[in-house]
Design a protein around this ligand. Structure first.
Ligand SMILES: [Mg+2]
Length: 211
């Protein structure tokens, strides 16, 4: 059995509804039928990168205001209880607004993970035996496994996975299938996702409207 000592979870497409926010930014009201296994949203919409990345989508406000996926909190709570010390592993776009907005998003939506985030341009650098990545990108999962880690690909229309039941349940079933949890430190402080952290204050002007 593989012993998982650390779980990393991706943001966009796993915890954050990036696609919904991008469709809204482009004034597209309905989710288009997604071409099979096309990961890049610009390609799925038939746009160039220049056409896809509107100026507003490079601001901290835009990234901070993206909605959470409906399973985000329950999935994180379940993973934290399986293997204490859950961390976020995310690859921001090359713009400071994305980096800052992702921190603000965590502050407002999953404050328990606010200080447990690694931002990188290469997720595979974190891969080693006993480390699991939960991600929605086939290529990222493959690279993480090739680099020595484990990966669960979250079923979304843009990857090769087929969903069986709810997303959170599917991911947890996959984790159960590959590991036997033995946390390095069973006393690691548990995340309290619903408990706002006093030191975690978003900048003025950043309001998250879930309406
Ligand atoms: Mg992703």
């Amino acid at each position: 059995m593989i012993k998982i000592k650390q779980i990393f979870i991706d943001m966009d497409g796993v915890l954050v509804d990036f696609v919904g926010g991008a469709l809204k930014a482009h004034g597209i009201k309905y989710r288009p039928e997604w071409p099979s296994c096309v990961y890049r949203m610009s390609e799925a919409l038939g746009m160039t990168d220049e056409e896809f990345w509107l100026p507003e989508m490079l601001t901290e406000q835009w990234w901070a205001k993206l909605l959470p996926e409906e399973w985000a909190t329950s999935l994180c709570v379940s993973l934290e209880s399986k293997c204490p010390g859950l961390r976020v592993l995310t690859k921001p776009v090359s713009h400071s607004g994305s980096w800052a907005g992702k921190k603000t998003w965590l502050c407002r939506n999953l404050p328990g993970l606010y200080n447990r985030v690694t931002m990188t341009d290469d997720k595979a650098l974190q891969a080693k035996p006993g480390v699991l990545l939960i991600d929605d990108c086939d290529e990222e999962c493959d690279r993480f496994i090739e680099a020595g880690g484990e990966a669960v690909c979250v079923p979304r229309p843009w990857n090769s996975q087929t969903q069986k039941g709810g997303i959170a349940e599917h991911v947890l079933d996959c984790v159960d299938a590959i590991e036997s949890i033995q946390p390095e430190n069973p006393n690691f402080p548990r995340m309290q996702v619903d408990c706002p952290m006093p030191e975690c204050k978003p900048p003025k002007g950043i309001e998250v409207d879930h309406g």
